[in-house]
Write a protein that binds this ligand. Structure first.
Ligand code: HEM
Length: 486
């Protein structure tokens, strides 16, 4: 297989001989790969680097082979918009996605398809209505203040675990009306195992029935998460409310008057529990990590907080005036998108640009590639919140920035996440400066989300007493290049 193949090799995953208009088009270029495994080895050893290299070497539409599966990688925002928005009816999440998440989130709205998905999404959406979300703001700030109240100047904390515990508490209180504070380390450990499983390992090639140690550990982690979900559902069965999403799901009836099965309620709660805290915890971790290495940005942000809040806790009403804070979060989601890539499968053959994408192939689109593309972002590796002016936003092709995906399957919790990220940061940064003490390289583990492989240790300083070391900016500039290469 060589670059620019014009023949029908993609027919492995499509329908040879089918000559409808949509089906015409060339086979995209791509790496040669090895017999049998294709480029699996190169991908498995460095997925982020592999995808970026492929785009640099072969262009905006690249075809490569992962074992016996054809992968089509798209890097042009227009093509991504075609798949996620304009022609989304032709795409499902597909086998790779279902294999990775199905054993955990079952048929919840992250995984379900078609009419069933539409109905479930409709039931969940009211919990994310802007007016409803704004009522969560007080709880978000309170939880942050409570969680950080025992932080002491001079001590060192793993900010990733801290942020995961905090966002778990917030999702528990706001969406489910339960207190999950005592469960954070149990959930955190189980989540680590579940997410590690979606990273490729050679033992994945063994038949499913083989109980490898990794598979047994994964099963135990899912059991742990299930028991947390069961406790949440049991609590809401005992005390249903008008406000929490679990009671809404349990009370829902279809046209024939049938309610949701217990299994379905469990799948939706599991989906919201995991999707609702893990990604935001990562966004907060990455933002703190970036601020710690960009003193000038932090200074400007703290000055804005001082001016607009004057030491008071932030409220929803304040957020309109905190424009630099908004830009800091947007820029962090650009450089370190917590969901680094999205996959889809075309139901029928499609044509993207000049290229043919056969039904059943896997299409991948990576935020971590597009968000660092110099065609859309000047000096793409620099953390520069200033770039997010209104003019810049309007000049960007719509899908050159898609941390929350786009189209009908766009993240249902996007506004919730942005509100939470801004309020949490505003609360923490008024009180503390966080100094990075672990490596300035996050060594991101590419699974469904991009998780730091090691703890992210940061030293706590009281904001008022923090004065920046003079050599900092120089060190900052040096460490940045290394840190952002991930
Ligand atoms: C910074 C934080 C977040 C990021 C970066 C993020 C990103 C995403 C992305 C990229 C998708 C699309 C996945 C795909 O199509 O394959 C998605 C879907 C989803 N997200 Fe988020 N998310 C975040 C926070 C949240 C929060 C806070 C919640 C809930 C409280 C949530 C709930 C969901 C759900 C339920 C879906 C599935 C939607 C559907 O298919 O209809 N997310 N998210």
């Amino acid at each position: 297989m060589t670059d620019g193949d014009a023949a029908d090799e993609g027919a492995a995953a499509g329908k040879p001989g089918d000559r409808t208009a949509a089906n015409r088009g060339r086979t995209p270029p791509g790496p040669d790969g090895l017999p049998v495994v294709g480029s699996l080895h190169a991908y498995a050893s460095d997925p982020f680097g592999f995808e970026r290299r492929m785009v640099r070497e072969h262009g905006d539409v690249v075809r490569w082979r992962m074992g016996d599966r054809w992968m089509y990688h798209l890097a042009n925002p227009e093509h991504i918009e075609h798949v996620l928005v304009r022609n989304n009816e032709n795409y499902v999440k597909g086998e790779i996605f279902q294999e990775a998440l199905g054993p955990v989130t079952g048929n919840g709205i992250l995984n379900s398809e078609g009419e069933f998905w539409r109905r479930q999404r409709h039931l969940v959406e009211p919990a994310f209505h802007p007016e409803r979300i704004s009522t969560y703001a007080g709880m978000m700030v309170e939880a942050t203040a409570g969680r950080t109240a025992d932080w002491r100047a001079g001590e060192t904390r793993n900010v990733h675990s801290e942020m995961t515990a905090l966002t778990l508490e917030i999702v528990g209180r706001t969406l489910f009306g339960v207190d999950l504070t005592g469960k954070s380390s149990t959930v955190g450990e189980a989540l680590e195992t579940v997410m590690a499983r979606s990273e490729f390992s050679l033992t994945d090639l063994l038949p499913d029935a083989v109980p490898t140690p990794g598979r047994l550990k994964f099963r135990r982690a899912v059991d742990t998460l299930e028991s947390v979900v069961e406790d949440i559902v049991a609590e809401r069965r005992r005390n249903p409310t008008d406000e929490d999403v679990v009671s809404t799901l349990m009370a829902a009836r279809d046209e024939a008057g049938h309610g949701m099965t217990d299994q379905q309620v469990r799948d939706e709660v599991m989906t919201l529990l995991l999707a609702g805290h893990e990604t935001t915890a990562l966004a907060l971790t990455f933002t703190n990590f970036l601020l710690a290495q960009n003193g000038e940005v932090e200074r400007r942000l703290v000055a804005e907080l001082d001016e607009e809040l004057g030491g008071d806790p932030p409220t929803v009403a304040d957020l309109d005036d905190l424009t630099y804070l908004e830009r800091v979060v947007d820029e962090s989601l650009r450089l370190y998108p917590p969901v680094p890539g999205i996959v889809r499968e075309p139901v029928a053959d499609d044509k993207v640009g000049d290229y043919r994408i056969p039904a059943g192939a896997t299409v991948s689109m990576a935020q971590h590639v597009v968000h660092r593309d110099p065609r859309w972002y000047d000096d793409p590796m620099a953390f520069r919140p200033e770039r997010w002016t209104d003019e810049f936003r309007q000049s960007l092709p719509p899908l050159a920035y898609f941390p929350f995906a786009a189209g009908p399957r766009r993240c249902v919790g996007d506004r919730f996440a942005l509100l939470e990220a801004r309020l949490v940061l505003a609360t923490i940064l008024q009180e503390y400066h966080l100094e990075l003490v672990s490596s300035p390289s996050l060594d991101l583990r590419p699974s469904i989300t991009a998780r730091p492989r090691n703890p992210v240790w940061m030293r706590i300083h009281d904001r008022e007493e923090w004065t920046e070391p003079s050599a900092d900016s120089k060190r900052e500039a040096e460490s940045r290049t290394e840190a952002f290469e991930e």
